[in-house]
Design a protein around this ligand. Structure first.
Ligand code: DCP
Length: 131
């Protein structure tokens, strides 16, 4: 079996808040909230891919740090991994999402998350507690 392709997602925190983004597609995920990110292309590292996605999707320059939480198997083709991310420059804007939000620790549970991202809620809570 060939290796699963990675989808990298950003746990971007600033001033005790986490950035989340609302998906527009596919229809079954539209309206749900995610850690922004995307597929790692051939020849890219997860870090370069995630930096590229965050620039394309949100118009920001970021530094991608260490892994957060466990990997999540999406299907037989993709594996989803989250990374701690720090904002270096710019102000996030929803170029490809329907909205973005900065949320605090006590808002994490009530968000209408994309199902796979719920896996990281304990890790995200810990990250926000450390902030
Ligand atoms: N995904 C997820 N949680 C995230 C990010 C992505 O469950 N935090 C899932 C949704 C999709 C798959 O991963 O099923 C790929 O994500 P994207 O569609 O965001 O990736 P790309 O933007 O790279 O896809 P494309 O450009 O091909 O539409």
């Amino acid at each position: 079996m060939t290796e699963r392709r990675e989808v990298a997602a950003a746990a971007l925190t600033q001033n005790g808040r986490l950035l989340i983004a609302q998906r527009t597609y596919p229809p079954e995920l539209a309206g749900l909230w995610e850690l922004p990110g995307g597929k790692v292309d051939e020849g890219e590292t997860p870090e370069t891919a995630l930096s590229r996605e965050l620039e394309e999707e949100l118009g920001i320059l970021c530094s991608v740090g260490s892994r957060l939480g466990s990997e999540v198997l999406l299907d037989h083709r993709y594996v989803l991994r989250a990374y701690r991310v720090v904002l270096l420059d710019g102000c996030p804007a929803a170029h490809e999402h329907s909205a973005i939000r900065w949320i605090e620790l006590d808002e994490l549970d009530a968000i209408d998350w994309v199902a796979h991202d719920r896996e990281w809620l304990p890790d995200l809570a810990e990250l926000l507690r450390e902030e």
